[in-house]
Design a protein around this ligand. Structure first.
Ligand code: XUL
Ligand code: CO
Length: 437
């Protein structure tokens, strides 16, 4: 079989003292934590769009990398990318990948030709999945790149565009099923508005709900049993995106009675753009029984856009894995690196180094989160903090067995109310003690 990355060996765990950049320092796939291996806990996935397609183009600069892999035309390049993708997965020991329809196969002159291209590449991907024993975490449709989607896809003012988007999702669902994908993602990059002066927001949101319901119905009709995820993001590319954050998406799904069909795919950098922490978005998803999957990356606090950096901040990965473990872990979801090496990290070797950095950061996070839970000080602090709701009038409040009149009577008998410290610094110091001891 052809080899694209000849100077890269299969990456192995060498331990924290290793100086070999092409080795895992913390990620030990077979190490068991809380009854599951690290591999089973973390369910890493590679994103096809960044790793195989991203060439370092930005608003001010041309490509700093060539990802054509020597292909002479778009279909040949698509095939070469598929081989390269599985070599990367194999060498990094990553079990899953994720893609948009247009990442893997190019658009043709007509929709018929485009669908033919996709089917041809899906056939190859299926073969490669078998050859390398790899799996599809989720598939999706790119409903934001082509100019036809400039005013949105499911929320476009044009019914023809709505039709076209539906056709694309139908085909992407077929592809995901054919590849035994464990999930399907909806990210509404252009589902939103630039100005309300030209927007019928009510019709657009109603149409989005209709589109999602039709997609779920179609997926069920073809026997797709994977999870459906909505991936919140507040802005970029659109000024205001309807899937603003986890709470907004949950409210939207509930008001259209769609919540039973969906979970959330939480992305770290999208959380920070919404003015939340990554942990906050995960907690909202978990508390609403909608925690599904994660797009693992990190932003830059000094920049207001989606930098999609590889996650190396171990404080964040620790708090993330603490939420994941307390949500009971992943079922069909996983940690998809929706991340790209920086524009100036422009060698193929950087693809491997950046994934290793992300995998090690999440291994550290998993190990620390397990210790935080075993240590118990943080969890028991929280239980203790709300103790007043487990007896007396607190219990009655929680059980819905009281009213304002009774509460007012009790309040009038309270001479001095004791308010306890929130002890934030104490709790933060526990995390540091666990992380660095
Ligand atoms: C964009 C983004 C997407 C989705 C999939 O910010 O996160 O790549 O993950 O469409
Ligand atoms: Co994403």
């Amino acid at each position: 079989m052809r080899e694209f990355f000849k100077d890269i060996p299969k990456i192995k765990y060498e331990g924290k003292d290793s100086k070999n950049p092409l080795s895992f320092k913390f990620y030990e796939p077979d190490r068991v934590i809380r009854g599951k291996t690290m591999r089973e806990h973390l369910r890493f996935a590679m994103s096809y769009w960044h790793t195989l397609c991203g060439e370092g183009i930005d608003m001010f600069g041309a490509a700093s990398m060539d990802k054509s892999f020597g292909g002479a035309n778009p279909m040949e390049t698509a095939k070469l990318k598929a081989y390269a993708a599985f070599e990367i997965l194999d060498k990094l020991d990553i079990d899953f990948y994720c893609f948009h329809d247009r990442d893997v196969a190019p658009e043709g002159d007509t929709l018929v030709q485009t669908n033919k291209n996709l089917k041809e590449i899906v056939k190859l991907l299926k073969q490669l999945q078998q050859d390398y024993n790899k799996k599809l975490l989720w598939g999706t449709a790119k409903l934001f790149e082509h100019p036809r989607y400039m005013n949105g896809a499911a929320t476009s003012p044009s019914a023809d565009v709505f039709c076209y988007a539906a056709a694309q999702v139908k085909e992407a669902l077929d592809a995901t099923l054919e590849l035994s994908g464990e999930g399907y993602v909806f990210w509404g990059g252009r589902e939103g508005y630039e100005t309300l002066l030209n927007t019928d927001m009510k019709l657009e949101l109603d149409n989005l709900a209709r589109f999602l319901k039709m997609s779920v119905d179609y997926a069920k009709s073809i026997g797709f049993e994977g999870d459906f995820y909505i991936e919140p993001k507040p802005k970029e590319p659109t000024k205001h995106q309807y899937d603003f954050d986890a709470a907004t998406v949950i409210g939207f799904l509930k008001s259209y009675e769609l919540d039973q069909y969906f979970k959330l795919n939480i992305e770290a950098n999208h959380a920070t753009l919404a003015g939340h922490t990554f942990q906050h978005e995960l907690r909202v998803a978990k508390d609403n029984n909608m925690f599904g999957s994660i797009d693992a990356n990190q932003g830059d606090t000094l920049l207001g856009w989606d930098t999609d950096q590889f996650p190396t901040d171990v404080y964040q990965t620790t708090l993330c894995m603490y939420e994941v473990l307390s949500a009971g872990g992943f079922t069909k979801g996983g940690l998809n690196f929706d991340a790209k090496a920086r524009r100036s990290s422009n060698t193929f070797k950087d693809i491997f180094i950046s994934h290793i950095a992300g995998m090690d950061a999440f291994a550290i996070g998993l190990i620390a989160a397990d210790k935080i839970i075993s240590d118990g000080r943080i969890d028991s602090f929280v239980v203790q903090r709300y103790q007043s709701y487990s007896t007396g009038i607190g219990k009655k409040i929680v059980e819905g067995k009281t009213n304002l009149k009774e509460l007012a009577e009790i309040a009038s008998t309270l001479d001095e109310i004791k308010v306890e410290s929130g002890s934030q610094e104490y709790l933060e110091s526990i995390i540091n003690q666990i992380l660095f001891s």
